[in-house]
Design a protein around this ligand. Structure first.
Ligand SMILES: *[C@@H]1O[C@H](CO)[C@@H](O)[C@H](O)[C@H]1NC(C)=O
Ligand SMILES: *[C@@H]1O[C@H](CO)[C@@H](O)[C@H](O)[C@H]1NC(C)=O
Ligand SMILES: *[C@@H]1O[C@H](CO)[C@@H](O)[C@H](O)[C@H]1NC(C)=O
Ligand SMILES: *[C@@H]1O[C@H](CO)[C@@H](O)[C@H](O)[C@H]1NC(C)=O
Ligand SMILES: *[C@@H]1O[C@H](CO)[C@@H](O)[C@H](O)[C@H]1NC(C)=O
Ligand SMILES: *[C@@H]1O[C@H](CO)[C@@H](O)[C@H](O)[C@H]1NC(C)=O
Ligand SMILES: *[C@@H]1O[C@H](CO)[C@@H](O)[C@H](O)[C@H]1NC(C)=O
Length: 511
């Protein structure tokens, strides 16, 4: 077969698959795919919730949660708390009026919370300290059945409403890093107060009962006031328990493992809370740190979005190395062959010879591949014979988008260079093969790489949907600027259930 016939056999098509096309296909496959539980940055919005990330630890990834994000977290947290409390029933309370005024033994049962309001709540970051949540004027309306044993009245049961008002809580929580690099919360300070408790007995209750009800106010108010902070402390413990179950390292697929652990304690500034994550991808079964080090980068000071995620070139390069080392690029030969539009008179054996190099510059995300393509002739008796091997370096531009909380890239061939590495058919000008190799890259290798890439890279997020994320590439890192919406995972539903069970006891009468 002559060189020119190889060239003629192949039509040349220069086309880049548009990101949209890739994503259209991706929608189908990704939806089916089970969401992988990669380490979790959770929006921890529980109890009197603080929007804090439970990150399960050099600086491959930075995250910045802004005041807008904190505020959203607080709103969601209070809404969840309200939902949890409303309709909840509590254990009975019984006791004895020991003052001797009424001499009553009493039981209050079927305590149900009918309504909870948080009309005035705010959250703010206290630089260097933590996150402060202020709740003012919160109110809780409960209804309950009462029963007394008394010598003074013939009537001994009925129902009542309890209105708790003027509840104020000031909580400071600081986010910490545990020894494994997970985010933990520590309750720095807490003050809780209940201003007023009003008890209304049903109309048919007698005079003595009303005195008793009146008498019950003060102890009830004191009990409620003093139970607020212990309950918050308990809630934080529960959140920490939950966070402890998060893996800081998670296997992505058959080839790679990602480490999203915190490398140092969260830094708290007036306008944001910043987290530094290790952000390194390792080959499966090989725990060797990449020889290159992350270059320092700083996220811009903007705070228009709730959350900013900076993913460094180091992170992508560690991923490239991990996939190369694990042989992920070796498996693509068959896929490449599958993608040819028509059978070729030759066979090809492409191999990646070095780790693809990734570079991020203002507005451009590039991947450079180095490999070789062995071209084999298919003989009439169906055996193959190696003709020549070309060294190829191919530069691609990547368009990066976010789809379903995953980072996806689509490659587009920008340029390539060829050199003849070996030949058994004599020396020839490799430029004669440019069209042919272009076709192979455009229709075989790049589409195969894109098919792999559209599986996407899970971001260190959980329980969150990204709302209108914007991806921008800067010198050395990629930034995702996004608002978020809370979407509880099953883990959180379990936690709520636990909290509910425990709160169905006297100690956890309120909150
Ligand atoms: C909320 O409480 C703060 C502090 O008590 C007060 O200054 C502010 O006016 C209150 N806001 C509303 C809307 O009630
Ligand atoms: C409370 O008791 C009154 C009188 O006994 C009765 O009419 C009313 O339906 C009861 N309310 C509830 C919520 O049980
Ligand atoms: C990938 O293929 C190359 C060339 O065939 C080989 O040298 C290398 O060991 C393979 N890597 C893995 C991890 O299989
Ligand atoms: C990238 O853009 C930023 C801001 O737009 C600018 O300050 C910086 O100098 C640019 N860097 C390069 C390498 O062009
Ligand atoms: C196939 O054909 C080639 C050249 O015609 C010959 O050298 C080779 O031995 C044949 N192989 C087999 C398995 O017949
Ligand atoms: C790839 O990006 C560079 C700039 O970064 C641009 O000049 C070039 O036209 C792009 N190539 C394609 C095929 O989009
Ligand atoms: C082709 O690539 C191989 C492996 O990367 C290298 O050893 C060789 O020197 C290259 N040959 C040419 C002509 O570039």
């Amino acid at each position: 077969m002559s060189k020119s016939s190889i060239q003629n056999a192949v039509g040349m098509v220069w086309k880049c698959s548009s990101v949209n096309e890739v994503l259209k296909e991706a929608k189908v496959t990704v939806k089916k795919e089970k969401q992988r539980g990669i380490m979790k940055l959770c929006v921890f919005l529980l109890l009197l919730s603080l929007f804090c990330e439970c990150l399960d630890a050099n600086l491959g990834i930075k995250m910045k949660l802004t005041q807008k994000g904190l505020h959203y977290g607080m709103q969601v947290g209070l809404r969840l708390l309200k939902e949890r409390l409303q309709g909840n029933t509590f254990e009975d309370i019984s006791g004895e009026d020991t003052s001797g005024i009424t001499g009553l033994d009493y039981t209050i049962s079927k305590i149900r919370i009918n309504n909870v309001e948080f009309p005035n709540a705010s959250v703010s970051a206290i630089p260097g300290t933590g996150i402060q949540l202020l709740v003012n004027e919160a109110s809780v309306d409960c209804s309950a059945d009462w029963r007394v044993r008394s010598w003074v009245s013939s009537r001994n049961s009925g129902n009542m409403t309890v209105s708790i008002s003027g509840v104020s809580i000031t909580v400071v929580v600081s986010p910490l890093r545990d020894e494994e690099g997970r985010l933990m919360l520590s309750l720095e300070s807490c003050h809780g107060k209940v201003n007023d408790v009003a008890i209304e007995l049903d109309e048919t209750a007698g005079y003595v009962h009303r005195i008793f009800a009146n008498f019950l106010k003060r102890p009830l108010r004191n009990t409620l006031s003093s139970s607020l902070c212990p309950n918050i402390g308990f809630g934080i413990q529960q959140i920490n328990e939950q966070m402890r179950q998060h893996q800081v390292r998670t296997q992505i697929d058959a080839f790679a493992v990602v480490d999203y652990s915190l490398v140092n304690a969260p830094a708290i500034f007036t306008t944001s809370i910043n987290l530094d994550l290790k952000g390194t991808v390792y080959p499966v079964k090989m725990d060797v740190e990449p020889a290159f080090k992350p270059a320092p980068f700083t996220l811009p000071g903007t705070t228009d979005f709730m959350l900013y995620i900076g993913v460094s070139e180091y992170f992508f390069q560690s991923a490239s190395l991990a996939y190369f080392t694990s042989g992920a690029f070796n498996v693509s030969t068959a896929e490449v062959a599958d993608r040819y539009a028509k059978p070729l008179p030759v066979m090809m054996n492409p191999i990646a010879t070095a780790t693809p190099v990734i570079s991020l510059k203002n507005g451009s995300f590039k991947l450079e591949f180095a490999g070789s393509i062995e071209v084999l002739a298919v003989l009439p008796n169906s055996t193959t014979q190696s003709m020549f091997t070309l060294n190829v370096t191919a530069g691609t531009n990547a368009s990066v988008t976010i789809f379903e909380e995953k980072l996806m890239a689509a490659l587009c061939l920008d340029s390539f260079q060829l050199s003849l590495a070996h030949s058994s058919v004599g020396l020839f000008k490799v430029s004669l093969l440019e069209n042919f190799i272009s076709y192979v890259l455009q229709n075989g290798i790049i589409p195969a790489a894109n098919a792999k890439l559209k599986e996407g890279f899970s971001l260190p997020l959980s329980d969150m949907i990204l709302v209108k994320p914007v991806v921008t590439v800067f010198q050395g890192y990629l930034q995702i600027s996004t608002d978020v919406a809370y979407k509880p995972s099953d883990n959180w539903r379990d936690l709520w259930r636990q909290l509910e069970t425990l709160s169905n006891s006297e100690e956890f009468f309120v909150i």
